[in-house]
Design a protein around this ligand. Structure first.
Ligand SMILES: [Zn+2]
Length: 272
């Protein structure tokens, strides 16, 4: 490896305990784990890889309790690790816009069950805007009380040259605000001439509901988008699921605070 400081190819010295490599010639220090999900962790990387393997191989996700027993760490630690792994998955799959020129993006508003907001008595406020192209699904968490944001989301998150279609009358009414909105085409028979199982949004929401019911019992709303990203990561690779773990380790996106905020803002449109 070339040294970014002096450009020389001299030997690098590994300081494994402090997780640094030092250039032998100019003493330039590189911290390979900085800005990755491993940055502030003292746990060995093999623990993290083991946790990631579990996340990749489970069908319905895993919870902190299970992981804490697998790794022999405290439950709080395990929960923190899972949160960071989910962030990592969100970072790998991040897009600036969904769809491309000539795509038909199918959208639908969904209301996942078993989601609650801590401290809020009013329930059923969660709303998820699902977007699908072929087998691939993306979700954005919104609030049911902010229907005016939906048009903004459709315009900002979907490629301007892509066609937007929905088969759900409720979605059409809410997104268009009961007004004329030519961007969104209403086609109630969208799936009528397609083969069974081509409705990716229903498939995704079913797999998510199964996971929430079986693994988590219920979810806190502020962290909901991270859970959705984890399910999306697996769901969008279901036709080549043996490569999921490889994809997880193929990239280590940066997680500086600004990147984290960008990720959250793309996927989660709740008011701050
Ligand atoms: Zn150097």
């Amino acid at each position: 490896m070339q040294c970014p400081n002096c450009g020389g190819p001299t030997k690098w010295i590994a300081r494994t305990r402090v997780r640094q490599i030092v250039h032998g010639k100019c003493r330039h220090i590189i911290k390979p784990y900085n800005d990755t999900i491993f940055q502030h962790s003292n746990w060995p990387i093999r623990y993290w890889l083991y946790a990631m393997l579990h996340v990749a191989n489970s069908k319905t996700s895993i919870d902190g309790n299970f992981l804490s027993r697998q790794l022999g760490v405290r439950e709080q630690t395990a929960r923190g690790m899972l949160g960071r792994i989910r962030l990592h998955l969100a970072g790998i799959d991040h897009l600036s816009v969904f769809g491309k020129l000539g795509d038909t993006v199918h959208i639908r508003l969904e209301r996942p069950r078993r989601i609650y907001m801590p401290g809020v008595k009013r329930r059923k406020t969660t709303q998820v805007l699902c977007m699908a192209v072929g087998r691939s699904v993306r979700t954005i968490v919104t609030d049911i009380a902010r229907p005016h944001r939906l048009k903004v989301l459709v315009n900002a998150r979907i490629h301007p040259e892509a066609k937007v279609v929905t088969d759900c009358h409720h979605t059409l009414r809410v997104v268009s605000g009961y007004r004329d909105y030519p961007r969104l085409v209403f086609d109630p028979l969208y799936f009528a001439d397609r083969e069974p199982g081509s409705d990716s949004i229903t498939g995704f929401m079913n797999s998510f509901a199964r996971g929430v019911k079986g693994q988590h019992k219920h979810l806190r709303m502020p962290g909901l988008w991270l859970f959705l990203k984890e399910y999306e990561f697996r769901f969008n690779r279901r036709h080549r699921s043996h490569e999921t773990f490889g994809d997880m380790l193929a990239a280590f996106p940066s997680f500086s605070p600004s990147v984290r905020e960008t990720l959250r803002a793309w996927n989660d449109d709740l008011p701050r």
